[in-house]
Write a protein that binds this ligand. Structure first.
Ligand SMILES: [Zn+2]
Length: 156
C-alpha cells in the first residue's frame, strides 16, 4: 500500500442526494427533464492481491492488500416528478453481488483478475454491473486515497 485513506466515502444517502439535487436544481426549475446530470455512489471493499507482471523486486509483486474504494457513475434522464435519475438504492442492489465476489478475497484467484491492477479491476466491474433504468458512465477504482483508475469506454 502506498498510503492510508483518511477521508471517508459518502455514508449518508441524504448527503449524496442533496449534492445531486443542488447540482440539478436550476434545470428542474426551468422544467427540463433531460439534463446533463450524473449521479454516483461509492462503495468499499477489502482485498489482497499481487501483480504478477511487474519486476520481481517491485513492491507490488509482493502479496499485500488494499481498502479499495469504488465509485459507480450513472447518467440518464431526470424523472420530471421524482426529480432523480434513479434511486441510489438501485446502484446499491447492482453492486451487492460484486461486493460478495470481491470483499476479503485474494483477487488473483478470481476469473478475469489474474493480473488485478486497478485498471483491469475497473473494467472487470464495468463488464459485470448492470443498473436498470440508467446508463453506466464510469467506474472508478481507488486503491489508495491518491491513486485511482477511471474506466469510461464511452467517453469521447
Ligand atoms: Zn496493490
Amino acid at each position: 500500500m502506498r498510503g492510508s485513506c483518511t477521508h471517508k466515502p459518502t455514508s449518508s444517502r441524504l448527503t449524496a442526494r442533496a449534492v445531486a439535487t443542488i447540482s440539478t436544481g436550476a434545470a428542474l426549475i426551468s422544467g427540463r427533464t433531460t439534463m446533463p446530470t450524473e449521479i454516483s455512489r461509492q462503495f468499499r471493499f477489502e482485498a489482497a492481491h499481487r501483480l504478477p507482471n511487474v519486476p520481481p523486486d517491485h513492491k507490488c509483486a509482493r502479496l499485500h492488500g488494499h481498502s479499495f474504494q469504488i465509485t459507480i457513475v450513472v447518467g440518464g434522464d431526470v424523472h420530471p416528478e421524482q426529480g432523480w435519475i434513479i434511486d441510489f438504492a438501485k446502484i446499491d442492489e447492482a453492486w451487492a453481488p460484486l461486493h460478495e465476489v470481491l470483499d476479503h478475497r485474494y483477487l488473483n484467484d478470481i476469473e478475469g483478475l489474474e493480473n488485478p491492477t486497478s485498471e483491469i479491476l475497473a473494467r472487470w466491474i464495468w463488464e459485470r454491473i448492470s443498473i436498470p433504468d440508467a446508463t453506466l458512465r464510469s467506474v472508478v477504482v481507488h486503491e489508495t486515497c491518491n491513486a485511482a483508475a477511471h474506466y469510461r469506454p464511452d467517453a469521447p
